[in-house]
Design a protein around this ligand. Structure first.
Ligand SMILES: [Zn+2]
Length: 291
């Protein structure tokens, strides 16, 4: 699934091409990908609107239209948004085609049928995906701080890996970057979230920002289907430290990377660099000294 760096890369590759352009027409080859409102209403309200902005929240792309409406796109497992000339051959799995003011196309493709488009009126809650309403802070934004992360982990007995994937805690992290961040921070994915010491929370905070920034610089990670708005693959897969590297040597200590299912998700970690650690009994130890 495209995670924050991939969706951000799509946003960056599309923004300059789209902002300011009018949507002259919408062709719904598979209307079911319009998740809200009805397909006819979607088409009527989008046609003639101008794209005033393109933002990202978590894994959602938000098209701000000059009508005040907002088009929300979630690519889920294998959705794509491609900017193409009008005469480019129509690829298989193309479901929605926007014709733009300059004649070019913005095409929505989906190879796995889980993603989709929504159109929300200003302030509208009803059609808004529940996941978007409850998103936690952007990990590269100013509201994500070590203090926030410490508060978010407090009282959470679940495994740290699962807590990192909870979009209500941090927006945009998925399986790849949770594994990479935990490795960088030296934290075992099965540690209870509330067992992390303050120094570990700070390391984890830094690690999350580092891996996301590195990946955006490389245009994201492509294993199978992800491409940016121009159809280009991401380059970060070659730089991943542990994700999908089971049995390969840990880049830090040389031990074989281990793969294990944690909270239903495949997790990759170094058993030597990321020790499980013991849960502290009860409350935080009273002997701990403040720095
Ligand atoms: Zn190691």
């Amino acid at each position: 699934m495209p995670e924050l760096p991939e969706v951000e890369t799509i946003r960056r590759t599309l923004a300059d091409k789209l902002i300011g352009q009018e949507i002259k027409g919408v062709e719904l080859l598979a209307p079911k990908f319009i998740r809200y409102p009805a397909a006819d209403e979607f088409r009527a309200r989008v046609t003639g609107a101008r794209i005033a902005g393109l933002e990202r929240r978590g894994k959602y792309l938000l098209f701000e239209l000059d009508t005040g409406d907002r088009m929300v796109v979630h690519l889920m497992m294998a959705g794509r948004l491609l900017y193409t000339p009008a005469d480019a051959p129509l690829a298989k799995h193309t479901h929605v085609v926007f014709t733009l003011g300059n004649g070019d196309h913005l095409r929505y493709l989906d190879l796995r049928h889980f993603g989709g488009l929504r159109l929300l009126a200003p302030g509208e809650e009803e059609g808004s995906p529940p996941g978007l309403r409850r998103l936690g802070p952007e990990p590269l934004g100013e509201h994500f701080t070590p203090a926030y992360l410490r508060r978010a982990m407090a009282g959470k007995r679940g495994k740290i890996k699962s807590v990192l994937l909870d979009q209500r805690v941090i927006a945009g992290l998925g399986n790849i970057y949770a594994d990479e961040a935990l490795f960088l921070a030296g934290i075992h994915p099965e540690r209870p979230a509330d067992s992390l010491r303050p120094v570990e929370v700070r390391r984890l905070y830094q690690a999350i920002r580092q891996v996301l920034t590195e990946s955006i610089e490389q245009g994201g990670t492509t294993f199978a289907t992800y491409v940016d708005g121009e159809g280009k693959r991401g380059r970060f897969a070659a730089l991943l430290r542990v994700y999908r590297r089971a049995a390969e040597a840990c880049p830090r200590c040389g031990s074989p990377i281990e793969r294990r299912v944690v909270g239903g998700r495949s997790s990759h970690f170094c058993p030597r660099c990321q020790k499980p650690g013991r849960r502290l009994p009860g409350r935080v130890s009273p002997r701990r000294r403040r720095p």
